[in-house]
Design a protein around this ligand. Structure first.
Ligand SMILES: C[S@@+](CC[C@H](N)C(=O)[O-])C[C@H]1O[C@@H](n2cnc3c(N)ncnc32)[C@H](O)[C@@H]1O
Length: 277
């Protein structure tokens, strides 16, 4: 029988999670947190939430269980070419504009921040490949980061079931993926052309600074900040502003907005914001 999460226990866990990952559980139902905690409790054989809490905060394995808990509480819902209009804008306007501006430097940096299982980053890689046509004179890097190590492992593998690649245009599917055989039948594997420029890293948005050597041209941070409280969101946008190139772009989720939140960006369409130069 699963114990009931008391108000005091709920406060303790939601504070701990909020401090480490910025996710605000006060917005969602207490039941959702209880279900996620219960799965960890039964996995580890704890009979009370307080015993599990003590184990978490005095973790002798260097925070391994906290990572596991974070993997359990994050929402990894995503898909290829999610919010398709943004990818059209990327292909038809943003990338050609950057290609023209940077034709002497020939350096492009893109960050899929909160990449989940990788579909966003591979979608970006396909569009970049189409626009730059594999031009080797360009130094192109796409960083795909997330806090969830299970999602990142999945992303790195790049193996997606048939029903998961439905949003990929057939022409791109044939060009950039290989069909699995044997044990991988019914799956599609992202090909080398996409992986060449892609880097996968664990990165927590709560880190005080982001480890970038060069400014970033485009950041995709979509459907991530909806889980954060306004203060965490404000700090994150501030950090994005700092790492972005002059005139750089910040792409948000379809339901997200910077209007009334940060006036250092202008809206260019489809929840895409440009840093004011
Ligand atoms: C709903 S998914 C969004 C995936 C993708 N950007 C999209 O729009 O389809 C949200 C992702 O944000 C990640 N996330 C949540 N809190 C984070 C944090 N503090 N640092 C880094 N990533 C975080 C989650 O692990 C999850 O994979």
């Amino acid at each position: 029988m699963t114990p009931r999460l008391s108000e005091a226990e709920f406060e303790l866990f939601s504070q701990l999670i909020n401090e480490h990952v910025g996710i605000s559980f006060s917005r969602t139902k207490k039941g959702a947190l209880q279900r996620k905690l219960t799965s960890r409790l039964s996995h580890l054989g704890f009979e009370s939430y307080s015993a599990y809490y003590q184990y978490l905060v005095h973790d002798k394995k260097g925070g391994l269980e906290l990572r596991q808990l974070i993997n359990t509480i994050t929402v990894d819902q995503t898909s290829f070419f999610r919010h398709a209009k943004q990818f059209e804008h990327l292909a038809n306007i943003i990338l050609p504009q950057i290609a023209a501006h940077k034709q002497t430097i020939k350096k492009l940096r893109i960050w899929s921040a909160g990449c989940s299982r990788g579909q966003e980053a591979y979608s970006v890689a396909m569009v970049v490949n189409e626009v730059f046509e594999g031009d080797a004179s360009w130094d192109i890097k796409i960083l795909a980061s997330d806090i969830d190590t299970d999602a990142l492992k999945f992303a790195y593998k790049g193996l997606y079931p048939v029903h998961g690649v439905e949003q990929v245009p057939l022409e791109y599917l044939n060009k950039y993926f290989t069909e699995g055989t044997g044990g991988e039948e019914g799956f599609y594997l992202a090909g080398e052309e996409l992986r060449n420029n892609l880097l996968f890293r664990r990165l927590n948005f709560m880190d005080p600074e982001f480890p970038f050597k060069s400014p970033v041209d485009i950041i995709f941070c979509r459907n991530v900040m909806i889980y954060f409280d306004p203060e965490v969101k404000r700090k994150l946008i501030d950090n994005f502003f700092r790492v972005l190139e002059r005139d750089g772009f910040l792409c948000l989720g379809a339901s997200e907005s910077l209007i009334g939140v940060d006036n250092r960006f202008s809206l260019v369409g489809h929840a895409i914001y440009q840093k004011k130069g």
